[in-house]
Design a protein around this ligand. Structure first.
Ligand SMILES: Nc1ncnc2c1ncn2[C@@H]1O[C@H](COP(=O)(O)OP(=O)(O)OP(=O)(O)O)[C@@H](O)[C@H]1O
Length: 274
């Protein structure tokens, strides 16, 4: 049985003269938990966005992406099946992408929209079963007591957990998380990473997560794919990512990516995370 859930072949992406992704190849199997590492600007987010059909690759460059057995894009053109794979892919953003004026429960229910007739979703009428599932998803991330509260009243870490519950409600078969902990404090980061790990282990859902902190990658992700200047620089077990490889990947930034030094390091290296 083919358990491959992500196939990327020969992916190239230019933003004008900037060659952001250079012949990237990547295979991810069902049940894997993969950290996408690399210095700022190395192409992590661009790669993740290609997987969900948010960005198209260079035309005529023979690039090909398949997610969950469904072609997403080929040769710089989206395939007709892109919506299908998107509906099965949970995408977690750094800034949560929640609807701030809606309640926590309503935000989770948004995950069910692709499986809801439009007349129901337009009138905001979800079935009893959908509401039960949404509450179960909230319980899974430890937030059921906040179900009826406006989502904007929750902390950043809690909002990210709502976004994960929304992906569960979507019945996502894989999760792509783009810097999900970049704006969170260490304790909230730990909780979010543990929830993602738990979903990966319990449901066998593949998770690909872009991270800036090497120690989180090593702690939670058995496999690391590291990009450097748009190329795959390392793809292998996170435990084999030694100091020499990290130094070559990040240069002088290496020690500063350790979260123990986060308070001093992050504002200097990545001002957007401060
Ligand atoms: N929409 C865009 N238009 C022009 N250039 C872009 C666009 N998106 C990304 N880039 C460029 O592509 C390169 C890769 O960016 P990307 O955001 O993927 O890197 P990253 O590794 O995710 O960085 P960070 O860790 O800082 O988020 C960068 O040089 C960036 O400036």
């Amino acid at each position: 049985m083919n358990n491959q859930v992500i196939t990327v072949k020969q992916l190239n992406k230019h933003f004008e003269s900037n060659h952001a992704l250079k012949s990237v190849n990547l295979n991810v199997q069902q049940g894997e938990m993969v950290a996408l590492l690399g210095p700022s600007g190395s192409g992590k987010s661009t790669l993740l966005r290609h997987l969900n059909g948010l960005v198209s690759s260079d035309k005529n460059s023979k690039g090909y992406i398949e997610v969950l057995g469904t072609p997403v894009q080929k040769d710089g053109k989206f395939c007709k099946t892109v919506r299908k794979s998107r509906s099965q892919t949970g995408y977690i953003f750094q800034q949560f992408n929640l609807v701030s004026r809606l309640s926590v429960l309503q935000n989770v229910l948004i995950g069910a929209l692709s499986a809801t007739p439009s007349w129901r979703s337009l009138s905001g009428r979800f079935t009893f079963e959908q509401k039960r599932q949404a509450l179960a998803a909230l319980k899974r991330v430890g937030l059921e007591q906040f179900a009826l509260q406006r989502v904007s009243t929750l902390s950043g870490g809690q909002q990210q957990r709502v976004a994960i519950a929304r992906a569960l409600m979507q019945q996502a078969k894989i999760i792509l998380a783009d810097e999900p902990i970049a704006s969170l404090d260490p304790e909230s980061s730990r909780i979010v990473m543990e929830i993602l790990t738990d979903i990966n282990k319990q449901e066998g859902i593949a998770v690909v997560v872009t991270l800036h902190q090497v120690d989180y990658a090593k702690r939670y992700c058995p496999r690391v794919v590291a990009l450097k200047l748009g190329e795959v620089f390392y793809d292998g077990p996170s435990e084999h990512l030694n100091e020499a490889k990290l130094a070559a990947l990040y240069g002088s930034q290496t020690e500063l990516t350790n979260t123990e030094n986060q308070d001093q390091a992050v504002p200097q290296l990545w001002p957007q995370m401060a």
